[in-house]
Design a protein around this ligand. Sequence first.
Ligand SMILES: [Zn+2]
Length: 673
Amino acid sequence: MLYKKTLRLFVAVLVLASFAPAQQPQPAKGSAVDAERLRAHVTYLASDKLEGRRTGTPGAEEAAKYVADEFKRLGLSIAFQTFPYVAAVELGKGNAMTLTTRAADASPQAKPATLDMRVGEDWMPLGFSSNARIEPTMVAFVGYGITAADQNYDDYKVADVKGNVALALSGTPDGDNPHGKFTRAGELRFKAAAARAAGAKALVVVASEDNFKDDKLTRLRYDNAGGDAGLPVVVISRQAAAKVLGLGGVAQLAEVEKRVRGWASTSHAEQPQGDWLTRLKLKAPEGVALTVNTDIVRKNAPAANVVGVLEGTDPQLKNEVIVVGAHYDHLGRGGTGSLAEREGEIHHGADDNASGTAGLLELARLLSQEKAKLRRTVVFIAFGGEEEGLIGSSFYVANPARPMEQTVAMINMDMIGRLKEEALMIGGVGTASEWRGWVEEANKGFRASVDPMGERPQAAAPLYDAVAAGQKTGSVEAPIIVTGSNGRVVATVTRAERFALRLNEDGFGPSDHSSFYAKRVPVLFFFTGSHEDYHKPSDTADRINYAGEARILEFIREIVYDLQASEKRPTFAVAKTEANARSTGFRVYLGTVPSYAESTDGMKLDAVREGSPAETAGLKAGDRIVKLAGRDIRNVYDYTQALSEMKAGQEYEVEAIRGDKPLTLKITPAARK
Ligand SMILES: [Zn+2]
């Protein structure tokens, strides 16, 4: 290994010294990672033409086709693996909402006044709303409609919504502060979970813009995470909301909002008794009822993983598979997951993850050149649906090209284009007992400094002295010094680490390797770190460090090379969890790994961490949790709410469905470290 590297470098340096003194050392074209090819791939994938490659859009299809064409050209056998994906939601024909009011002085015989609200003008269902018909039902105002146990804050404490429609303000008492106390609990998905847990029949959210059509909630959209809300969730215009609350108009509504915010930010112990309207000194309008009929049509769209196989040649080992993967999808023109200030601009996703996709293509090119020598089979996968919640990789591990038991390792590249100060993050080093050793070995390298117009030996004497001194103390290993035919020092080569590695044991993380680790496959996850362009339109091709990425790929290539050649497959190990209270915001830990791709009733578990409270309780991968700590669980949002209310060391009941059998178990959460 070491010898090979030394030799390669030497040849390059000597060629330079004797023939081409003014040029950078260039390894033979085609046999090394080519930064210019990376640039070409990233530039195309991150171009405006592909419109941000949002799963289910023509841009993503085009990206998949590009990858498939490259794989084909390299002689890989390819397959498009399509998976179900909801790309759009549309209004069905049955949407209707009617407001019924009865004047206080009207006789009981008088017919109540009804006001038909127009969908799109006065109200809109949200993409994750359930389809249901709610007969005329009383409305209860619930402030912001937030339940945040970790903040000791609950808007439902003073609102009796059981059997009623809950009417909530948009946003949080913190305003739009992304680092506020209510960031999670204030998300609509969690507001819906809180309303359902409080027994509301529907959740009606008040728009934040006076002009209804400017409000972003009116843009019907689906997030592919967690299924439908389990109750109708709609947004209504501020004008309509004022009518429901019996207010004079939007100016008075703004005043109400201000006062709610005021209450919410005072110490909750000092809050006066009474429901929201009493607190706000508002007279509840009498006889107000809403009839709500929601009808959302979910449209499936083509979405696919591109799978390219390079068959191994060893009669036995070729049955074993190394998966090398990167997701090719990104955020399109914004929406869910975007951190852009405005909507509608193309999110180029050059680093996330055109960089990883380009890396995948380069590794496929280089390994296909060494096809005859490959012992194990290498499966290259460009995943779709990553940004929507690892949908593509979850689908792959459930429907693998080769059996999962024969999958010896998964190498994931996600955002490898921003190498800075040599810092390379590698996740999953705790998932195989051999990983740490392999990674550290691969990180051994040399640093060459080349100066074709170098000093004469006399002038370089201090360098020799320094090296000699360093050698005596052991702090410096002997450098290799190359002198040119004219006697000048043209190059020095010293031992050095290739990267400043930041290793993380955990096999779970925010990318596709998670899906494989959940199936007990050793994983490695390569990542150059987050940056200010992350999930914004400004993640563009010109900001990629192509030379740095090429070096990372040489590193990964060596690991893949070792993997295919090694007699023994890496030994799976259960990694230490490095998630802590700060990263998750929870005080308790159960050790469950939810499946984000499923959208069935209940929360399906992709995995249960070994030695965790969930394992002790008897939960298993594949179980569907339907009730936890007294809360009905339909999706990951309900589950998160339940988790935020649990206390470490206390025993709770958990109900789950295994196959089609219901079971009730006892679980005792542990404290977060
Ligand atoms: Zn991303």
